[in-house]
Design a protein around this ligand. Structure first.
Ligand code: DX5
Ligand code: ZN
Length: 219
């Protein structure tokens, strides 16, 4: 069964505590927290003070998806704020190996995200050092976008690379995940489904999370 990570970006921020409690009580496995800087992506979301508050009530691991330039400058601060898994974009890291070592030395799991234009092969020399790959299935910066179908090819390529290298790196899909595409995504090799609008804009978020889990049951 896939890991389901609701993206708080789509939550109602006026009711953030209730939204987090809903995730706690649901079948979700972890929190997905999107940080944007208005430079790497054309949008600004939330940052360290908000993550600190979420961490106080989150009863599940928090993964922080950094869509920011020079993520290495804030790695330690995100650890202190409560990140259990830190995801950096390959497109923002000039010294990716060093950044990964820094993340791991602080006791976090390390993830690397790929924009839609970045090929799976870009990870060939770093795959053995990381815990998770986050494949962006939309252009980063906004929730509620349409899933890019070409992503399926990248999932299959990465799955093959990971298997050939004998590794246990998780494949995460972020953007445009729905109850309908959840099963095909897991079938193609996805381990972690991020879902923002699909969960939080529904009438019954807990039920949708349960549906996402159930859709991936057979794998
Ligand atoms: C987009 C973020 C996503 C976003 C997904 O840049 O990384 O995590 O919240 O939102 P949905 O599931 O609505 O596409
Ligand atoms: Zn994200």
């Amino acid at each position: 069964m896939a890991i389901v990570a609701p993206s708080i970006l789509a939550a109602n921020f006026l009711r953030l505590e209730d939204e987090c409690k809903m995730v706690n009580e649901s079948e979700a496995d972890r929190f997905h927290l999107d940080v944007m800087d208005g430079r790497f992506v054309p949008n600004i979301s939330f940052g360290i003070p908000v993550i600190e508050q979420i961490k106080k009530i989150a009863q599940k691991p928090c993964e922080v998806h950094l869509m920011i330039e020079e993520p290495e400058k804030l790695t330690e601060d995100f650890r202190k704020a409560g990140a259990d898994i830190l995801i950096v974009h390959i497109e923002t890291c000039r010294n990716l190996h060093r950044n990964i070592q820094q993340i791991k030395s602080l006791g976090m799991k390390a993830g690397v995200a790929l924009n839609p234009h970045t090929p799976a092969s870009a990870l060939s020399e770093i795959l053995q050092d990381i815990d998770q790959v986050c494949i962006m299935s939309v252009n980063p910066g906004f929730g509620g976008q349409k899933f890019i179908d070409h992503t399926f090819k990248k999932i299959r390529e990465l799955k093959k690379m990971i298997a050939e290298m004998g590794l246990h790196v998780l494949i995460e899909i972020d953007g445009g995940v729905t109850v309908e595409n959840a099963a095909p995504l897991v079938h193609a090799g996805t381990d972690v489904l991020v879902a923002g609008n699909t969960v939080f804009k529904s009438q019954d978020p807990k039920k949708v999370i349960a549906q996402l889990k159930a859709a991936t049951h057979y794998s």
